[in-house]
Design a protein around this ligand. Structure first.
Ligand code: GLU
Length: 306
């Protein structure tokens, strides 16, 4: 498959849509991003990389990092993790509180904020507060294989200043006994995790293990067991786009995870990982142009898993 040509066609197809959607503005530091930005990167399981647009422009990963913290939390707790978080789609916005009360503080899945706070808590129990931030940064850096990774302190501070709903979620979960660490510490780590910055090139490289049965094909490292890679992909497929997860499956047909920074990572099992960034969001908080680009990508390549 000539992925360079495919990406060129995708970029041409989304050109008229560039700048549509609304850039996240609930965090002031995110609102400053250029709304016309667009980049895309593909890394195949034989390690070849293809890019188009601003694929080397770092952006705020936000909720895309929930896949990384889930990977690390599953390594610590194994299947016991699933006693503390469900794995069903929520059908609710990313920061919704409503289900938690009915479901006794057990979040619907680890890819909404409530569930990501559980992953964070697991990391703090193992590494301590600052050690948990370091573990996430170290994992992202190692997996990105030389592509730049950093935590934007301004974004983290901005999240803290405006994170009342996340604070409510953490305290609520703690009230049910499903957090082991102080909510302030869990929030500190969560906000720093969300503030991780990478480019499409780095992100697609970093997530390649999910496309290759848990093994990073370039380093040969078994990052997660094969069975777990399948399960992380299953959760991404059903829960990776909040209350638009069904729509993403319908249009794109790949496991994926979005973030309000405008990034999306998607996995074509046994083939490739693909990252796209464009900051304008749909009302559900998913990159509008990014979703259109991925739909075009799977249409041209026939890579939908269905
Ligand atoms: N930092 C964001 C929040 O928790 C992440 C949301 C997202 O990317 O969907 O509010």
């Amino acid at each position: 498959m000539d992925y360079a040509a495919v990406l060129k066609q995708v970029a041409e197809a989304v050109e008229p849509e560039r700048g549509s959607g609304r850039v996240a503005n609930y965090i002031p530091a995110l609102a400053e991003v250029d709304p016309d930005g667009f980049g895309m990167s593909v890394v195949t399981v034989d390690g070849a990389c293809f890019t188009v647009g601003q694929a080397e422009q770092p952006f705020s990963l936000q909720s895309v990092t929930k896949v990384m913290s889930l990977t690390l939390a599953l390594e610590i707790l194994g299947d016991a993790f699933w006693a503390r978080s469900g794995r069903e789609p929520s059908g609710d916005p990313f920061n919704s509180l409503v289900q938690l009360e009915h479901e006794n503080g057990i979040p619907r899945n680890p890819l909404i904020n409530a569930g990501a706070l559980i992953s964070t808590d697991v990391l703090i129990s193992r590494h301590g507060r600052d050690g948990a931030v370091a573990a996430i940064l170290e994992f992202a850096t190692e997996m990105a294989d030389g592509e730049p990774v950093r935590i934007d302190g301004r974004v983290a501070a901005s999240e803290r200043e405006t994170g009342f709903r996340n604070a409510a979620l953490a305290n609520f979960i703690r009230s049910f006994g499903n957090l082991q660490n102080p909510p302030e510490d869990v929030l500190h780590v969560y906000f720093h995790q969300c503030a991780l910055e990478m480019s499409c090139k780095g992100l697609s490289r970093a997530m390649l293990y999910l496309a290759n049965r848990g093994v990073d094909p370039v380093s040969g490292r078994q990052v997660v067991p094969e069975r777990r890679a399948r399960r992380i992909n299953a959760v991404m497929m059903t829960c990776g786009h909040y209350d638009a997860s069904g729509d993403f499956a319908f249009h794109v047909g790949l496991p994926g995870k979005s973030g309000v920074g405008g990034g999306i990572i998607a996995i074509a099992p046994q083939q490739l990982s693909v990252a796209v960034w464009s900051p304008g969001l749909s009302p559900q908080g998913n990159s509008l142009v990014g979703s259109i680009a991925l739909e075009k990508f799977t249409t041209l390549t026939g890579l939908s898993i269905f």
